[in-house]
Structure formats: C-alpha cells, structure tokens
Ligand binder design. Structure first.
Ligand code: FPP
Length: 246
C-alpha cells in the first residue's frame, strides 16, 4: 500500500509506541522480548519516514513515569536504548538523519547520556529528517520547567512581563526548534496521551490503532498516513474559509 499523496505528508510525525509488553505476554514471552521486537519496529519506521521525506519524527521511548517500572525492566530498556543509539548511528549517517533527544536527561544513566551525546554530535551536520527520542520525558514536567525558567529570566530582568506570549513561552520548552506535530499515532488500543507533548499537540491530528507496536509494520504506517491525508485541518476555521485560501 503506497502513500496516496506524497506531497501531503505530515511535516512532523509523533508516535506513542505502546504494546510491547502485551505483545510479549500474549506469546508467553518476557516483556523485554517485546521491547526487543519493538526496537526492530523503530528501525523500520525511522527508515521509512526518512525515505518518505518526513521532516521530523518524535518517538516516545521512555516516559518520566516509566522509572516506576520494575528495576529489571528499566535496566533492560536503558541497555536497549544505548545499544540502539550506538548501532544505529552509522545508519543515521547513511540516511542523513539528525539525532536529538528531549526529556530530563540528568535522570538517565551516564552511559546512556554518553551514547546520546556522541550520536547528537556525530549527526549534527546532517540536514535530512530530525529524529527525536523522548527520554525520561513528561509534558507537565516540561511545562513546569519552562515556567520556572521563564520566571527566573523575568526576575533577573532578562525579559519583561509584556513580552510573554505563546511564541516566547514555546521557546522555553524542550522543542523550540521543532514545529508542532501534525500527526500523532498511538499504537495498542489505549485512547490517551499519557503526558506526551501536551502543549505541542493543541492542533495535532490524532490516530489510534489496536495494533501492538512490535506489529506496527510499513503497511500499518502507510494506513495511518493515508488516514491523515484524508483529513481536513481547519485550525478553528470553517471549510469555506479554507477553500478560499487554496
Ligand atoms: C510501551 O510498551 C513501550 C515503552 C514503554 C518503551 C518503548 C520502547 C521501545 C520501543 C524500545 C526501545 C526504544 C528505542 C527508541 C530503541 P509497554 O511496555 O508499555 O507495553 P504494554 O502497555 O503492553 O505493557
């Protein structure tokens, strides 16, 4: 199934990758096996999006709340992340992908941070797709941190109160250089946002599928993108207003 209109792709695609654990449990396997399978999906989705010409891909890889999972699972996920970043950097170079991370990185183990820093530095001059992994990420934490930093700048006289608007506030988030997502996919049946990019998704088109993340193949991605292409984004306006703009 090809994408119907290559010219009408989301500029920024964000994905909540859910269902690794259930995929494994349904097969009487350990949850970590589901995460390992999930990494293969990540590889395929990253490659497909970059070839399609999507500008920004943001993946929710580890939430601020995921630290509460059993220690063994957290450890295994951190090891998988480090391995993924290390082994995929050459492929990112081949595909001209720039690597980026958002989240509370100080919480991450030192070896993961080191792998992140190396991949960010190595891919910094690439100008193809920007791949962002959300790691130890929580949107309320992000917004609170932005408010605190803005308050500090205000108190220090670096900004004035009347300069505060949406654009200025956005610049204090983790994502100042990234446009808002056009399309958000969540796999595995849950109909919630789970503290992901709350500010940024104000006008984002949402897509939910029952397919578990390890089973989210190229065909499923195309299906989602075709669904996006059939939508009309009105940003609060009427259809007629949009028609006259065309
Ligand atoms: C959700 O499945 C997935 C995660 C918590 C982490 C996502 C991680 C990966 C896809 C692998 C590592 C990531 C990268 C970028 C290499 P779940 O465990 O919440 O599934 P469940 O809801 O069925 O239990």
């Amino acid at each position: 199934m090809p994408v119907a209109k290559p010219e009408k792709l989301p500029r920024h695609l964000a994905i909540i990758m859910d269902g690794n654990g259930r995929w494994a449990q349904e097969r009487m396997l350990q949850r970590i096996v589901g995460h390992q399978k999930g990494v293969e999906t990540v590889r395929n989705v990253v490659e497909t999006c970059s070839v399609l010409g999507i500008g920004y891909l943001t993946l929710y890889a580890f939430s601020a709340e995921n630290w509460l999972r059993p220690k063994t699972e957290v450890k295994a996920l951190m090891a998988l992340l480090k391995k993924y970043i290390r082994t995929e950097t050459p492929r990112m170079m081949q595909n001209n992908i720039r690597f980026n991370v958002i989240g509370e990185l100080t919480e991450l183990p030192a070896d993961v941070n080191q792998a992140v820093d190396e991949a960010v530095a190595k891919t910094a001059a690439n100008n193809g797709m920007l791949l962002t992994l959300a790691l130890s990420y929580g949107s309320r934490q992000e917004i609170t941190r932005a408010a605190a930093r803005l308050a500090a700048d205000l108190a220090a006289g670096r900004i004035t109160g009347d300069a505060i608007n949406e654009e200025l506030f956005s610049s204090y988030l983790y994502t100042p250089a990234i446009p808002a997502p056009d399309f958000l996919i969540r796999t595995s049946g849950e109909m919630r946002i789970s503290n992901f990019l709350l500010w940024q998704i104000a006008y984002t088109e949402l897509y939910f599928t029952d397919v578990r993340w390890p089973d989210f193949n190229k065909n499923e991605l195309y299906k989602a993108l075709n669904d996006y292409q059939a939508r009309e984004r009105r940003f609060g306006k009427t259809s007629e207003q949009l028609d006259t703009r065309r």
